[in-house]
Design a protein around this ligand. Structure first.
Ligand SMILES: [Zn+2]
Ligand SMILES: [Zn+2]
Length: 288
């Protein structure tokens, strides 16, 4: 009994700082949105739901991530990685280049996993919650299904670690940058990136990805570098002042219930299994 209590205490001590940082980002983001908002009169109820869901997201996410991350090193060693060891100098520009290169490689794997989440009906069940957001804002950055990070161990971290040597410090840095960038690109603000639009993904570029309009569906998958969308044919350059309405058409509208947000993929997968995998892997165009 004592050991269970100790474990719970340790778990909470480790989770609390993560939550503190996340809610601090939410407060800062909502303050920025107040002054530069792209969409007015967003329902406070929706934002409130995300704030509550984020608490459970951190708990569930951490539990599963720690359980599954133990396979990371053994799998990379088994595969024979890393294939390359990159050397960078200590100068600030060299270190910056180092981080940018890592993010660039990260985004390649992110792009393809994200695209698969849209193109596979099975993976879509897990990504649907994020896209069911009707009022894109900074808290949408935390509205992912709690299994998502753990899936990224297999589709992003392990392939990356197989290619290049990643020490714990670099993994932490990449992850923190990715999380922060994730909040940034969901901001409900008018920010024209001008000539940088095809270079770095920003809030307007990602808003297109969440758009309800058919012409925007299955576009702009990359997190950091739109070059992947340009090269792989999924790029949509936002027009001047183009800030479309976001969310899903149909059933995806109504996922703001804790039980739905936490467990709907399992229910849907069970139903699909029951139907004997009759569903064909159509793109999410058919779902929205
Ligand atoms: Zn998506
Ligand atoms: Zn998003």
């Amino acid at each position: 009994m004592q050991s269970v209590l100790d474990w719970l205490l340790t778990f909470w001590r480790e989770s609390a700082p993560v939550m503190q940082k996340m809610y601090l980002v939410f407060v800062c983001g909502l303050a920025i949105e107040y002054f530069f908002r792209a969409e007015k009169n967003q329902p406070l109820r929706d934002i409130g739901f995300n704030l509550v869901y984020a608490f459970f997201y951190v708990i569930f996410n951490k539990l599963l991530f720690e359980l599954l991350f133990v396979v990371h090193n053994p799998v990379v060693n088994y595969l024979g990685g890393p294939l390359m060891i990159l050397h960078f100098g200590d100068a600030w520009w060299s270190q910056l280049l180092h981080v940018l290169l890592f993010l660039f490689i990260f985004d390649f794997f992110y792009y393809w996993f994200h695209r698969l989440q849209h193109e596979s009906r099975y993976l879509w069940q897990q990504h649907e919650l994020h896209h069911s957001e009707r009022s894109l804002n900074v808290t949408t950055g935390g509205r992912h299904h709690w299994m998502e990070d753990s899936m990224r161990i297999f589709v992003i971290l392990i392939p990356m670690s197989f290619l290049i040597r990643l020490d714990a410090e670099k993994v932490g840095l990449i992850w923190a940058t990715f999380m922060l960038w994730g909040y940034f690109i969901h901001l409900n603000i008018r920010l024209d990136m001008k000539f940088l639009t095809p270079v770095f993904g920003g809030p307007q570029y990602h808003r297109i990805h969440h758009s309800r309009e058919g012409k925007h569906w299955n576009k702009n998958y990359a997190a950091f570098f739109p070059i992947y969308d340009i090269v792989f044919g999924s790029y949509y350059r936002p027009g001047k002042g183009e800030y479309p309405k976001t969310g899903l058409l149909g059933k995806g509208e109504n996922m703001n219930y804790l039980s739905t947000a936490l467990f709907s993929p399992f229910v849907n997968w069970y139903r699909m299994l029951k139907r004997g995998f009759k569903s064909n892997n159509k793109s999410t165009k058919g779902i929205k």
